[in-house]
Write a protein that binds this ligand. Structure first.
Ligand code: C5P
Length: 224
């Protein structure tokens, strides 16, 4: 039995990687299965929320009852999130968003001759992507924002600093090497009160625990 701790609340979630085009058949991306974000979307729905999931490319099925919006690039994800953020009570940024896009992406497939490139390997130029979470966290009527930090080392230090830099009430840290491609994860919650480690859990259970933590910390829906 799961209490409906998010009944009546609207939750917006990003998940998966983004892909950034090099040309029509090639992309660069971040490694992300989307499992954690999808598990959180499912848990939020189970908890009674109306859930919108803005997803980069993944191989996962849409959780039952969740509205899914498919995007490819970080800029598309930014547009989709901005179009829905004002209507959300809670925003959970789980996506592994590419930090850069290819500024000199080609409209046609870059060609090579077998064994010998036409003009050598392409020289890619990169330009920064918008920070979706930071932009939502600065909205005047912002939803209650939750961020993620997947780090390979110095997790506590980086996560606490990231929470302050992004200006958000809750940040979830995890170790990338333990969580990536895995079905289990170890969440560490960072908030104003300090650091709250959760045990290593299947992602479905970690997601449910996180939804409980969010429900307890975020403001209740104003009475109708
Ligand atoms: O800055 P960094 O990428 O380490 O922060 C990670 C957090 O910020 C995650 O919650 C991620 O979903 C979010 N993020 C974002 N837009 C970006 C980069 C990160 O929403 N361009």
């Amino acid at each position: 039995f799961q209490p409906k701790v998010l009944a009546g609340r609207r939750v917006l979630i990003t998940a998966g990687p983004t892909t950034e085009r090099i040309d029509p058949v090639r992309v660069i991306s971040n490694r992300s299965s989307g499992k954690t974000g999808y598990a959180i979307a499912r848990a939020a729905r189970e908890a009674g929320a109306a859930v919108t999931l803005v997803s980069g490319p993944t191989a996962l099925n849409t959780p039952h009852g969740v509205q899914r919006i498919n995007v490819e690039s970080a800029r598309q994800m930014h547009d989709a999130v901005m179009a829905h953020a004002a209507a959300a009570d809670i925003f959970i940024a789980v996506a592994a968003v590419a930090d850069w896009h290819v500024a000199n992406a080609s409209d046609h497939k870059l060609k090579k001759i077998e064994g010998q490139a036409v003009s050598g390997p392409p020289a890619l130029k990169f330009a920064p992507n918008p920070d979706i979470l930071a932009d939502v966290a600065q909205m005047p009527n912002r939803p209650w924002c939750v961020g993620f930090a997947a780090e390979t080392e110095n997790l506590h230090e980086y996560a606490a600093a990231k929470r302050r830099r992004k200006g958000i009430p809750l940040l979830v840290g995890n170790l990338a090497q333990e969580s990536m491609d895995a079905d289990t994860t170890t969440f560490i919650l960072f908030d104003d009160a300090g650091v709250h480690p959760l045990p290593r859990l299947p992602k479905t259970d970690a997601a449910r625990k996180l939804i409980q933590a969010i429900a307890h910390r975020s403001p209740q829906h104003p009475p109708a």
